[in-house]
Design a protein around this ligand. Sequence first.
Ligand code: SF4
Length: 360
Amino acid sequence: MEQVRKEVFSSLLPWFKKHRRKMPWRSNRTPYRVWISELMLQQTRVDQVTPYFNRFIKQFPSLRALAKASQEDVLKQWEGLGYYSRARNLHKAAQLISTQRGGRFPRTFDELLALPGVGPYTAAAIGSLAFNLDLAVVDGNVIRVLSRLFAYDEMVQRSVAKKQFQSVADFLLPQGSAGDYNEAMMELGATVCAPKNPKCTHCPMANICLAFKQGNPTGFPVKKPRKKVPHLVVGAAVVVNDAGDFLIAQRREKEMLGGLWEFPGGKQEAGETIQECIARELKEELDIKIEVGDFLVTVQHAYSHFTMELHTYFAKIISGQPRPIECQDFKWVNPGNLRRFPYSKADLYIIDELEKQEKT
Ligand code: SF4
């Protein structure tokens, strides 16, 4: 272990100095920018995050600007990035820092951990990168690198394994250089010690890497086999009124994709056709009876814990006035204004299709 620590200092940090990639949040490093980037980077790749980060910072250049924004505006900037609770928590935390801390950004691990949406990983990342606190981060990249360096042959998802990786990362951390160390480990995992084709011959840690010595780097980390994710069939309606406006509904805050807008609908139940599903869902969600008309589009989409095929049809109301029963709110929206609201990716595909049809 001591040898690995020496190698971190003598090889990994110099390698990082030379090879660190340019990222917008690495320049002008303020706690606010670090915080936004760390939340965006959870479960998301750097290349996907970069345009979102630039756009978000342009729209909300300071914590104060973010705190003053509406949740809908924040979700709009996050649209398409997924895991929307991150955006809602970011917004809540900005308001909390403004009102309860006079705009002073938290500076200790415990203060950071108290923010909505900040767990031990994010608190350590912000603490080390923004305030140079001696805190080691352990994410998927770090686990992969460490499990290979030590040829760790137990399953990495066990809670005991997570604690072991944290202790090892804490031990390897060179005091006073936590920010560089954390970024170097994550950069190594993202660019050299890749999941499928690690570039061991270019790796600064190859000298002391046990997985490399065993000739089996991709044998680590050892993981539980993935469970097959369920596949859902979902129906949605583009309800059009006499003025040509579309009916959209806002998902409830506590649900998945909470706060986002959508074309109303839901999961198909056993024994019903997709048209019956759509009619039932709109009765339950908005208390309206509809007639389901022409088919619009089927969207295939994968979430982390299920896959979905979303069948979309045009519809019109035959009785009742919409009421938000199983949704937070609803609106009739002119087609030209549809994109003003935040949607999930699946609903954005439906809007793309509507716009295509309008052009033809
Ligand atoms: Fe990863 Fe290969 Fe480097 Fe070991 S030598 S840390 S397996 S890239």
